[in-house]
Write a protein that binds this ligand. Structure first.
Ligand code: ADP
Length: 289
């Protein structure tokens, strides 16, 4: 079997993208999409910096909501699929934009079976169940067909885990050189265990690791101002793991309900709560990227 011809198309697309950053997590629900959104918002605060977000979390695309673009649709132009813009210099592409557009739909959540929603993919009106190979085909199509134009940064929100979906993003982007991966974890040992696997996975496939971020790391009660460690009795687990594994620890971001609220409203937390400890922590991490 010869080389996949899609790879050269992807490489060509990626030629106009200076930095490609993958945001990874071993588990879902640790704040990966939230981090992706806030990182992209922060990078786009400089209006001379062109930023794109690619949401390839096929099974749980949350970027349209988090960027305030829910209900928007992508358009096809002669040069490919056009992303949806939050502002002049922040573009978003997500499977989520394709979910409720049956006429041109590529994919939507289909009938429930045994309590689980079955993903159905439509290619030219012909339905087929979304299998791993379809998923990877979808990711390939994303990388191939989206016309990003010139970008300084492309931040990629990946599906959690070291699954086939993961491997496909990495495999398709590998040749066009990934700048690096940021790995998001919570302080719990169960999450850290998966992060060790992620780190090994990155090392194996040759993706540089920018560093690890510990999210939801402690909560300062607004009433008594005492800090509680919600997810682990002690903190520092992620830092220690980084030392053991020889990767950078980028910092710890506290639990702050305003982070979740801003995401639900599709707004940037970082331009609203500039004097919060969470803002300081977030910016400290982002400065290192
Ligand atoms: P993932 O992409 O890893 O599945 P999400 O980014 O969707 O996780 O985050 C899961 C939930 O946690 C969301 O409701 C989000 O708003 C919330 N969240 C993420 N980080 C924080 C934080 N530091 N403080 C408070 N809520 C957070």
């Amino acid at each position: 079997k010869g080389p996949d011809p899609a790879i050269s198309v992807i490489n060509e697309r990626m030629e106009t993208v200076k930095h490609k950053i993958l945001v990874l997590s071993g588990k879902g629900g640790v704040g990966k999409s939230t981090f992706t959104t806030n990182l992209a918002f922060a990078l786009s605060f400089d209006e001379n910096t062109q930023v794109g977000i690619m949401d390839v979390d096929i099974c749980g695309p949350s970027l349209p909501k988090m960027t305030g673009l829910e209900g928007e649709q992508i358009h096809q132009s002669s040069t490919g699929w056009s992303p949806v813009y939050v502002s002049d210099n922040l573009a978003v592409m997500s499977v989520g934009f394709m979910l409720s557009n049956p006429d041109d739909a590529v994919i939507w959540r289909g009938p429930k079976k045994n309590g689980m929603s079955l993903n159905v993919i439509y290619f030219h009106g012909v339905p087929s169940v979304l299998t791993n190979s379809c998923t990877s085909g979808m990711i390939k199509q994303f990388l191939k067909d989206v016309d990003w134009g010139d970008l300084d940064y492309l931040v990629v929100d990946t599906p959690p885990g070291t699954s086939d979906e993961h491997l496909s993003v990495v495999n398709y982007l590998k040749e066009s050189s990934i700048t690096g991966a940021v790995i998001i974890t919570t302080p719990q040992e169960v999450s850290l265990q998966d992060v060790r696997k992620e780190i090994n996975f990155c090392k194996k496939v040759g993706i540089p690791i920018i560093g690890v971020v510990e999210n939801m790391s402690g909560f300062v009660c607004p009433k008594c101002t005492k800090e509680s460690m919600i997810f682990a009795p002690t903190t520092g687990g992620a830092r220690r793991m980084c030392e053991e594994m020889g990767v950078s620890f980028l910092g710890a971001i506290p639990l702050d309900p305003r982070i979740g609220r801003s995401c639900d409203l599709g707004e940037s937390f970082l331009d609203q709560y500039v004097d919060s400890p969470a803002y300081t922590a977030y910016m400290k991490v982002i400065e290192q990227i």
